[in-house]
Ligand binder design. Structure first.
Ligand code: HEC
Length: 98
């Protein structure tokens, strides 16, 4: 029984460590990904123009995902999250606290 408890604990810690980097968004990575892949069709002024089409964080993520698809980048969800976090931090500034 004691052995089993230890096993469960070790598993738990391993899971935790393994998942941590995935849970945290990486804004610097988002910036790099964006600057390397996303200014081909439009400049960053697209995000600050007066009649911009994105009005909240969910729309921002959806738009990025759509642009990512049309650019044929095959990003992971985590990469889309990183770029969403970067664009929100640098340009959109939607408040995420409910
Ligand atoms: C194949 C060309 C193309 C590429 C590459 C592209 N986009 Fe776009 N993107 C567009 C077009 C076209 C629009 C404008 C759509 C409109 O005005 O209706 C747009 C609009 C946007 C908007 C909305 C701007 C607003 O009005 O608020 C965001 C955000 C955006 N793109 C992010 C990205 C990101 C992030 C990438 C890199 C993954 C990217 N785009 C790559 C074509 C592209």
């Amino acid at each position: 029984m004691k052995y089993l408890n230890k096993l469960v604990l070790v598993n738990f810690i391993t899971l935790l460590l393994f998942n941590l980097p995935v849970l945290a968004v990486d804004i610097e990575n988002g910036k790099t990904l964006h600057n390397e892949n996303c200014v081909r069709c439009h400049q960053v002024s697209q995000y600050t123009r007066e009649n911009r089409i994105v009005n909240n964080f969910d729309e921002l993520r959806t738009r990025i995902s759509d642009c990512e698809l049309s650019a044929e980048l095959t990003w992971f969800d985590e990469e889309i999250d990183d770029v969403t976090a970067y664009l929100n931090e640098a340009f959109y500034r939607f408040n995420l606290e409910k």
